[in-house]
Design a binder for this molecule. Structure first.
Ligand SMILES: [Zn+2]
Length: 391
């Protein structure tokens, strides 16, 4: 992805405004609070024995494990969503309005959230049923089967997302600007990517932020450009944004991403297998496939994700730098890269200079300052080479 943005062509560093700093500080605080709340809910369910009681209650309703699990999941989902609702509201609605970034009404936000919950809940239920079904059948090798199946499912989801999932939340239509369409298709050809069309994404119904992406895999691969981006960007700048996306393709970052995802999933399931096996006789669990251990499973995977986060983000930032370098080589106007980033940063209220530790832990993209400084260095080097070849 193009990622959070900002900038302006200059030699001196540009300070983040107090408003930008405050927005990101509040955002991070809400994120950390949400993370701690999730851990607390899982801990309470596990250590008070409520999870085991809930499993017993579900067992009274149905003796079939799959149905009992579904009842357990419904109760579990209801509890976690009710407790998490105030923070979700602050993060998803309040802060975006407070900083003038959202165009959503409260009713529209609630509708989107309900759709997200229905979809997310259905996918999670499917995943949990598959996981515990596999545990019951193959208690030794469930983690290998699940890791393979989950990665396969993620890839399928990435392919289906632009045609099945995105339209649930957003409207799309083919881009009417023929000149820009041809220009972007030519860019995709130069990058050796086959894309199935360029689409305008009606993001302005919900947000003032701008975004663009190369979405989907194989037959569903398409360029999507938010109407907010099209309104505010020159064609050169849109080209720069997309050139970055094609940089990911040229450097095979999607394959790398799948490989990293696969390694993390295998590691995650292996650790879960070891921990669940070790604690199968604790907390009132009746064995490995006792779904009352779901809070423990989620606790282990959440903590593992936190441990892996800096490494995953460092890998992501390296890929982003490669994509930026490709974009700068691929576009005629290097300045458009810089001004495009400036505009994105302004529209999206991006943080130009996050604290180095914050960037190290949480950011999947290099800071805007670093990206612009890189573009400026690239421009200077190219100019020097050009002068050198004339002289
Ligand atoms: Zn990117």
């Amino acid at each position: 992805m193009w990622g959070p943005t900002t900038v302006c062509p200059r030699e001196t560093l540009m300070e983040d405004s107090p408003r930008v700093k405050r927005y990101h500080r509040v955002h991070r605080l809400l994120g950390v609070a949400g993370f701690l709340l999730d851990l607390a809910i899982l801990g309470v369910l596990l250590f008070t024995g409520w999870s085991v009681k809930l499993r017993a209650l579900s067992g009274h309703w149905s003796s079939r494990p799959a149905v009992a699990l579904l009842i357990y999941l419904l109760a579990f989902g209801l509890l976690t969503q009710c407790v998490g609702l105030p923070l979700d509201f602050l993060k998803g609605f309040w802060i975006e309005h407070r900083y003038g970034l959202s165009n959503l009404t409260l009713a529209a936000w609630a509708k989107d959230r309900a759709k997200g919950l229905a979809l997310g809940g259905a996918l999670l239920a499917l995943g949990a049923e598959f996981l515990y079904g596999t545990m019951r059948r193959w208690p030794e090798h469930w983690w290998i089967i699940c890791a393979l199946a989950f990665v396969g499912f993620f890839v399928l989801l990435a392919q289906l997302a632009p045609v099945v999932i995105f339209p649930i939340f957003f409207k799309f239509k083919p881009l009417e600007n023929r000149v820009l369409t041809d220009r972007l298709l030519a860019l995709s050809e130069r990058a050796g990517t086959r894309v199935r069309g360029v689409f305008e994404w009606k993001l302005s119904e919900k947000s003032k932020k701008a975004n663009a992406a190369l979405a989907g895999l194989g037959n569903t691969r398409r360029i999507i450009l938010s109407d907010t981006l099209l309104e505010n960007f020159q064609e050169d700048e849109v080209e720069a944004v997309l050139a970055h996306e094609f940089g990911h393709h040229v450097h095979r970052h999607i394959l790398q991403g799948i490989a990293v995802q696969m390694a993390a999933t295998f590691l995650g399931f292996y650790v879960v297998q070891v921990v669940l096996g070790h604690f199968s006789g604790f907390f009132g669990f009746t064995g490995l496939a006792d779904f009352a251990n779901l809070p423990l499973l989620l606790l282990v995977s959440t903590l593992l994700s936190l441990l892996l986060l800096p490494a995953v983000n460092a890998h992501s930032r390296a890929m982003e730098r490669q994509a930026d370098a490709y974009a700068l080589r691929a576009i005629p106007s290097k300045s458009a890269f810089v001004t495009g980033m400036e505009k994105l940063a302004t529209l999206n209220l991006a943080e130009r200079q996050p604290h180095p530790w914050i960037e190290f832990f949480f950011h999947s993209h290099p800071s805007i300052e670093k990206r612009v400084a890189f573009a400026e260095r690239f421009k200077r080097r190219e100019l020097k080479d050009e002068i050198g070849s004339i002289l």
